[in-house]
Write a protein that binds this ligand. Structure first.
Ligand SMILES: [Zn+2]
Length: 251
């Protein structure tokens, strides 16, 4: 939900509005039986998509979709997806359905990497391995990855991103972990790389994504369902990393 007036809103990118009014962030959200939507133009038709699955599409799904679309701009041969949490796993599914790239998924957790393989990752690398960058380089014929989508975006993963990005590579930073790293500035022009951010997505992307879900090309991983009364338990389980993929609170 944007202001409707700024340059982003005028081209339909309300997710990038200068004065955003997103529900659940800048105004009350959906931890309730009913929510008041300011305009019917924000409602997308489910048409057969499971409502529980659709909730995760509207947040992590949409974010992953926009990020993978950006990563696909240079017709990549290899896409590296960093992080196999809810976002990353969705990213793997979307990448395997809308790109022709070979997908390499990186995470610290072997269990999550197994799930990533089931969802379409061609290669997985556990980043606990000190040779992670070397392993990825050798998968990418020692040239590096055409696109890297970092769903974590913390100092260690960002360092890895730059180490494995090939010439003319395309880096899409998505995660909100934060922190900072030292950058070798001269490599940016010499390798002519693109560094871009992706933040949620717009309404049209949401409609495209629902279409993919309807066709069954993507299936959000809903590992747990909670009632509204158990909302706090849901948040505690999330904090304790007990949730694979996404959990849904359905009042
Ligand atoms: Zn706006």
């Amino acid at each position: 939900v944007g202001c409707g007036e700024c340059p982003a809103c005028k081209v339909g990118d309300e997710n990038l509005c200068d004065a955003p009014r997103s529900m659940g962030v800048f105004q009350d959200g959906g931890y309730s039986d009913y929510a008041l939507i300011p305009n019917s133009k924000y409602l997308a038709k489910l048409d057969g998509v499971d409502p529980d699955a659709a909730t995760s599409l509207a947040c992590s799904g949409l974010t992953a979709y926009t990020a993978i679309k950006k990563a696909n701009q240079n017709s990549p041969e290899f896409i590296v997806i960093v992080g196999a949490g809810g976002l990353g796993l969705m990213g793997v599914q979307i990448a395997s359905s809308i790109t022709d790239a070979k997908i390499i998924c990186v995470d610290l957790d072997d269990k999550k990497l197994e799930t990533a393989k089931e969802m379409g990752a061609h290669f997985t690398v556990n980043s606990k391995d000190p040779e992670t960058a070397k392993k990825i380089m050798s998968i990418c014929n020692d040239k590096g990855a055409d696109s890297v989508v970092d769903f974590v975006n913390a100092p260690p993963t960002a360092k890895l991103d730059f180490a494995i990005l090939r010439k003319r590579g395309n880096l899409v930073l998505v995660g909100l972990f934060g922190g900072s790293i030292e950058l070798s500035l001269v490599t940016i022009p010499l390798k002519s790389i693109i560094i871009q951010g992706a933040y949620t997505g717009n309404y049209n992307d949401m409609v495209e994504l629902l279409d993919l879900a309807r066709k069954g090309t993507i299936n959000p991983v809903i590992s747990k369902r909670y009632s509204l009364d158990d909302a706090n338990t849901a948040l505690e389980d999330l904090k304790a990393r007990k949730i694979i993929g996404r959990a849904v609170i359905n009042p």
